[in-house]
Design a protein around this ligand. Structure first.
Ligand code: X8Z
Ligand code: ZN
Length: 612
């Protein structure tokens, strides 16, 4: 099993565990195990063994069908993907139900954990009903296809794909153009709304059949702690970061006000969502030119430097691979290079959203991306390879433990490496000529904060919305309004034009129609700084943590490998301890990293009225 970023097949999900794609999900099963009145520990062990074998085999089939669908979106491949997902779902859900017969038995930690995983790895549980399972599988495939095929025809008649729109949003400073694309992309999602609503009904029924209150509670139950305690843990972590976010928001809003006028960006309210250089206002690094400190220019632009040194899509991936091998990880297999998708094909619809796959739960690892030659995408490449390296590291675990410690770990590994892509490292690689002086650090920290700190409330709110949708607290007639209330509450971001319930703006974000839980990215943004701080110590890089690079460190590589190889075999707290020495997620590393920026922001914001 694997996790990666792959996306969802029709049902499932055992995602994390079952080796599909990172960001992915997994399958389900049908079982003929006879109902017995008394069961023994030996029965439980046999049951788990059979279930693992069945799921391992089936997950390969589902992954192949899904790979083909996402690389070649047509009616036929959608149907094949739905068929595979339907079978996988039926089987995994049946197994999860069957597992309940061992609920009252005293079992070894290992067998109990596998039985729990059998249930909790299902992302989208179908009801135990053949027709409903088939209906769900079709909805899942259709939603993914609608997003993947999405395009927008501009007022001037140009047909744009999402990556193309993303590039314009990153660079354009023309408010009217930004608004057109912002609204234009969101035309993809209104047709998803009724499907999504039905999917919520079906999967809630599935989750209830497995003993959960609703699907949100089921998702929250996969963190080796009580689901309510996990929700509180998220609030605690967000509370640690919020003062830094508020300072960043204050400064960015002021600068956007100078750029676009205070009538467009009122200085006492939320920031209009089309102005931050990203389609979803989830990362803001692309408006560094507007908000960066005038006195502390880092002196280089990674996108430009990659072009100067003739990096293309493949050499960007090779460079990222080189970082992992410098830590002691093996090179990627030849099949990775032969089978991955690196560039957007001109002649067919594909799902461009970056993902990492493990097709056979062994060595057949791949990424699927429509790489743009930018510094931002260079980081995404590291992100995706982190998934592949993790997948390969836990390959020898039993199938139910082929997953990450928790899903945030899977998302954090590549990002942790990308935090080491510092000027010191870039100089070593010959990508820049000189390491900027420390006086440029505020500029570098600002760029990083625009991507990392700005993301954190977004990372939190996507599932706050979904969890409330699953619990019924947000009703279908409030879907869009509730989405914007959460965007405003957490991010201080608002829609640039009035929205109604005819819109379905959550559907314009890949992970909603793609059914990839999103809390993992919030966790990853906390964890990656924790990992980075701990690995820098191991590597003996004793300077400021934002200047540290673990490139070439055997010690750091060993600790990382040890954590990754554990897979999902132990509660995540143990893996965290192996990797960082601590059993608690903790945002102080991110605060340490950005401490000089916090000080600078406080000075900038001194005479400003912050908040929204
Ligand atoms: O979806 C992703 C990865 C694939 S797992 C590219 N990310 C989230 C997003 O793009 O919304 C990475 C960070 C957040
Ligand atoms: Zn990912």
């Amino acid at each position: 099993m694997t996790v990666s970023t792959r996306k969802t097949p029709a049902v499932l999900a055992v995602a994390i565990m079952l080796g599909l794609a990172a960001c992915g999900e997994a399958p389900s099963t049908e079982s003929n195990t006879p109902v017995q009145s008394t069961v023994t520990r030996a029965d439980a062990e046999q049951f788990v063994k059979d279930a693992e074998a069945q799921i391992a085999e089936l997950s390969v089939k589902v992954a192949r069908a899904e790979w083909i669908y996402q690389n070649f979106i047509t009616e036929d491949t959608a149907a094949l993907s739905a068929d595979a997902g339907e079978e996988f779902s039926a089987i995994t859900v049946a197994l999860a139900h069957d597992a309940a017969k061992f609920d009252d038995l005293e079992l070894s930690d290992e067998v109990r954990r596998k039985l729990d995983k059998l249930k909790l790895a299902i992302v989208l549980p179908a009801p135990l009903d053949t027709a409903k399972n088939a209906e769900l599988a079709k909805i899942v495939a259709d939603l993914g296809g609608m997003y993947g095929k999405g395009k927008y025809t501009t007022n001037s008649g140009q047909v744009l794909s999402l990556p193309e729109m993303g590039q314009i949003m990153a660079k354009s400073r023309d408010e009217a153009e930004l608004l057109e694309l912002w609204k234009g992309w969101r035309e993809v999602s209104p047709p998803m709304k009724s499907l999504y609503q039905r999917q919520v009904e079906l999967t809630n029924e599935g989750a209830q059949g497995l003993g959960f209150k609703d699907l949100g509670q089921m998702w929250r139950s996969n963190y080796d702690m009580e689901p309510d305690a996990f929700a509180l843990e998220l609030d605690r972590l967000w509370g640690q970061v919020k003062p830094l976010y508020d300072s960043l928001h204050c400064h960015v809003r002021a600068k956007l006000g100078e750029q676009y006028g205070e009538n467009v960006v009122p200085q006492n309210g939320a920031i209009p969502a089309h102005l931050t250089g990203n389609m979803w206002a989830q990362t803001w690094g692309n408006i560094y030119d507007i908000v960066g400190p005038e006195s502390a220019d880092p002196g280089y632009d990674l996108t430009e430097q990659l072009a100067v040194h003739n990096y293309d899509e493949i050499s960007m991936v090779k460079a990222a691979e080189g970082f992992f091998t410098s830590l002691g990880f093996a090179q990627l297999p030849d099949t990775f290079w032969q089978r991955s998708l690196f560039t957007q094909p001109a002649d067919r619809d594909v799902v461009c959203h970056a993902s990492a796959w493990d097709l056979d739960n062994k060595e057949d690892i791949r990424i699927k991306m429509c790489i743009q030659r930018t510094g931002e995408e260079f980081a995404v490449i590291h992100h995706e390879l982190g998934h592949n390296i993790y997948q390969r590291a836990y390959m020898d675990q039993p199938p139910m433990f082929q997953g990450s410690a928790n899903d945030g770990f899977h998302e954090a590994i590549g990002d942790t490496i990308a935090l080491s892509v510092t000027p010191k490292y870039l100089k070593k690689m010959g990508i820049i000529d000189t390491i900027p002086d420390e006086s440029a650090d505020i500029g570098l920290l600002m760029k990083m904060a625009l991507d990392k700190v700005a993301f954190i409330p977004f990372g939190l709110l996507v599932d706050q919305w979904r969890w409330q949708v699953f619990s019924g607290q947000i009703k279908p007639e409030e879907y869009n309004q509730a989405w914007w209330e959460l965007r405003e509450k957490y991010q201080g971001v608002k829609a640039p034009v009035a929205r109604t319930e005819a819109n379905f703006d959550p559907g314009a974000k890949y992970h909603v129609p793609g059914n990839t839980p999103y809390t993992r990215y919030f966790l990853a943004h906390i964890l990656q700084f924790q990992f980075h701080r701990a690995l820098c110590e191991k590597a003996g890089d004793m300077g400021s943590i934002h200047r540290c690079s673990i490139y070439g460190s055997d010690e750091a590589g060993k600790v990382m490998a040890e954590g990754l190889e554990m897979g999902a075999s132990r509660p995540w707290q143990e893996t965290l301890e192996v990797m960082t020495g601590s059993r608690e997620m903790d945002a102080t590393a991110i605060l340490d990293y950005f401490a000089p920026l916090q000080e600078w922001l406080d000075e900038q914001n001194e005479d400003r009225q912050c908040g929204w």
